[in-house]
Design a protein around this ligand. Structure first.
Ligand code: NAG
Ligand code: NAG
Ligand code: NAG
Ligand code: NAG
Ligand code: NAG
Ligand code: NAG
Ligand code: FE2
Length: 439
C-alpha cells in the first residue's frame, strides 16, 4: 500500500485525523434549496438516516471549491407509520451571498458528502425579471413533466420553482419511503433553484407531518403559510387544506386568515406596493374550475372562495380578501388539468376590455395548473366551458411565468404530451395595482 500511495503521489496530502463512518445511513440524500425571505440567503435542506453534523461547503463558481463553510442543525422527523422510521432533516442557511453569482456546493458532514450542486443567488433588486416554473400535483409515479423540467432547470431557464401542493402520492406511504423516493427524484431540480411549496390534500396524513418536516419555507409556520419577495413580486403561499381537515384545528383557518390579512395590508402599504407592485398568491384547491369530478370547485360552493358556515364561528373565505387587497394573480392546482380564467370576481367576468381582457383587468386572474403528472393521471372537463373559462387543456405539462417589470407579467403553458409545445400564453398588463385598479 505504501508503495502505491507513493506511486500516486498521494502521501503529501494530509489525511484528516478522523475515523470516518462508512457513509451509509449518514450519507446525505434528498438535497433541496429554498429562499428564506431574508436577502442574500439560501437554505439548504437534506436528509440522513443517522445523526450527523449539518455542514454546507461552498464557494462562488470558478473559485476554489468549498472555501466557504456554514453549519446548521438537524431535527429528527419520526414518520407516523407503524415502523416509526426516523429521519434526520438537516437545514443550513447560507447568508451574505453575492446577488446574481453562481455558487457551487455540497452538503453533509465528515460522515458523508452529497454530490456537487450549484445555484444562483437571487438578484435582490425590484427591477429584475424573475422566471418561474409553476405546477402542482407531481407524483413519484408518472411525474411526466419532470425530465423536461430537469433539463430546463439545469440550463438555467428558471430562477425559482413553485410547486402548488400534492407531492409524491403520497409522502407518508410505505412508512415515508415514498416521500424519500420523491424527494430524491426532485433533487435534480430542487437542488439547483429555490423550490417553493404549499401543502395539498395529499399531504394530510399525520397532520401534514411529512410536508412540515421535509420542507423549509420562510417564516415560523412549518411551511404552511408564508410570503416572500422576488423582483417586483410579492408571493403569498397558503394552505387551502385548513378549510378541509378541521380535525387538525379549526383555529388554523382563523390564524391563517389573520396572517393573510396582515401580510396583504403590509404589502399594500404605498411604499411597498410601489416597489413590489405584483401580488401573486398560490394555494392548492382552486376557487373556480370546470372539471367533471366531485371537487369543491365543481359541485359545491368553494370553501376557499366563500368560507364555511358550519364552523363556530363561521370561517371567512378568501375571494373577497384577495379582491379588496388587489391581488393580481392567483395560482392554483389540484385539478389535473390546465385552465385559464378571464379576470373574475364573484362568478362575474371583469375583462380589461373586450379586445384585451388582460390589459388592466378589473378583477384578479386565476390560473389552475395541476397537470405535472402523477399516478392519478388526468382529470376531465365538463363538456361546455363556463362563461368565465378562457382556455382548458388536459395535456400533462406545467406553466412558465416571468414577472418582466412593474407593468408586464408573462405566462405560458407547456404541453409535455406535445413534446414541449407552448399551447397557451398571455401577457397580463397592469398600469395600476391594488384595489384602485379595479375601478
Ligand atoms: C444509525 O442508525 C441506526 C438506526 O437507523 C442505528 O441502529 C445505528 O446504531 C446508528 N449508527 C450510528 C453510528 O449512529
Ligand atoms: C439585478 O437585475 C438588474 C435588472 O436586470 C440588473 O441591472 C443588475 O445588474 C442585477 N444585479 C446583479 C447583481 O446581477
Ligand atoms: C397540526 O399541526 C399544526 C401545525 O403545527 C398545529 O398548529 C396543530 O395544533 C396540529 N393539530 C393537531 C390536532 O395536533
Ligand atoms: C352555508 O353555506 C352553504 C354553502 O357552503 C350555503 O349553501 C348555505 O346556504 C349557507 N347557509 C347559511 C345559513 O348561510
Ligand atoms: C371577456 O373577454 C373574452 C375575450 O375577448 C370574451 O370572449 C368574453 O366574452 C369577455 N367576457 C365579458 C363578460 O366581457
Ligand atoms: C415592461 O416590459 C414590457 C415587455 O417587455 C415592455 O414592453 C415595457 O416597455 C416594459 N416597461 C418598462 C417600464 O420598462
Ligand atoms: Fe389535490
Amino acid at each position: 500500500m505504501a508503495s502505491l500511495c507513493t506511486l500516486l503521489g498521494l502521501c503529501c496530502l494530509a489525511a484528516p485525523l478522523v475515523l470516518a463512518l462508512p457513509p451509509f445511513k449518514s450519507q446525505p440524500e434528498q438535497v433541496h434549496i429554498s429562499y428564506p425571505a431574508a436577502p442574500y440567503s439560501m437554505v439548504i435542506t437534506w436528509t440522513t438516516f443517522n445523526e450527523t453534523e449539518s455542514v454546507v461547503e461552498y464557494n462562488v463558481w470558478g473559485g476554489k471549491l468549498f472555501d466557504l463553510m456554514a453549519k446548521g442543525t438537524s431535527t429528527i422527523f419520526e414518520d407516523g407509520g407503524s415502523e416509526k422510521r426516523k429521519l434526520y432533516v438537516h437545514r443550513v442557511t447560507l447568508s451574505g451571498l453575492r446577488p446574481g453569482s453562481a455558487y457551487v456546493y455540497h452538503c453533509g458532514s465528515e460522515d458523508g458528502w452529497s454530490d456537487i450542486f450549484y445555484f444562483t443567488a437571487l438578484n435582490e433588486t425590484t427591477s429584475w425579471s424573475p422566471r418561474f416554473a409553476v405546477f402542482g400535483d407531481m407524483g413519484n409515479e408518472n411525474p411526466q413533466s419532470l425530465s423536461r423540467l430537469q433539463k430546463e432547470t439545469q440550463v438555467g431557464t428558471y430562477d425559482a420553482i413553485l410547486h402548488i401542493g400534492d407531492f409524491a402520492y403520497d409522502m407518508d406511504e410505505d412508512n415515508g419511503r415514498i416521500g424519500d423516493e420523491f424527494m430524491s427524484q426532485i433533487q435534480s431540480i430542487a437542488a439547483y433553484v429555490p423550490y417553493m411549496t404549499c401543502p395539498g390534500n395529499h399531504e394530510s396524513a399525520y397532520n401534514f407531518s411529512n410536508y412540515r418536516n421535509r420542507f423549509s419555507m420562510p417564516g415560523d409556520t412549518e411551511s404552511l403559510w408564508y410570503s416572500w419577495n422576488i423582483g417586483p413580486a410579492h408571493i403569498v403561499s397558503f394552505s387551502t387544506e385548513v378549510y378541509f381537515f378541521l380535525d387538525y384545528g379549526v383555529d388554523l383557518i382563523f390564524k391563517q386568515y389573520e396572517w393573510l390579512k396582515r401580510d396583504l395590508e403590509e404589502a399594500n402599504k404605498p411604499e411597498n406596493r410601489k416597489t413590489r407592485p405584483w401580488i401573486i398568491t398560490m394555494g392548492h384547491r382552486p376557487m373556480y374550475c370546470s372539471n367533471d369530478d366531485k371537487d369543491d370547485c365543481t359541485q359545491f360552493e368553494s370553501y376557499i372562495r366563500i368560507g364555511r358556515n358550519d364552523t363556530s364561528p363561521p370561517a371567512p373565505g378568501l375571494e373577497k380578501l384577495f379582491f379588496l387587497n388587489g391581488v393580481d394573480l392567483e395560482l392554483w392546482a389540484h385539478e389535473h388539468t390546465y385552465e385559464r380564467l378571464w379576470p373574475i370576481y364573484g362568478y362575474k367576468v371583469f375583462n380589461g376590455s373586450a379586445d384585451e381582457p388582460y390589459v388592466n383587468p378589473k378583477a384578479p386572474v386565476h390560473i389552475i395548473t395541476g397537470s405535472a403528472g402523477c399516478r392519478e393521471k388526468h382529470d376531465g372537463f365538463i363538456p361546455e366551458p363556463r362563461a368565465w373559462s378562457a382556455l382548458r387543456s388536459t395535456d400533462y405539462g406545467y406553466t412558465r411565468m416571468q414577472v418582466l417589470n412593474h407593468t408586464h407579467l408573462y405566462l405560458e403553458q407547456v404541453s409535455d404530451d406535445q413534446y414541449g409545445k407552448v399551447i397557451d400564453s398571455i401577457w397580463l398588463v397592469k398600469e395600476k395595482h391594488g384595489a384602485a385598479a379595479w375601478l
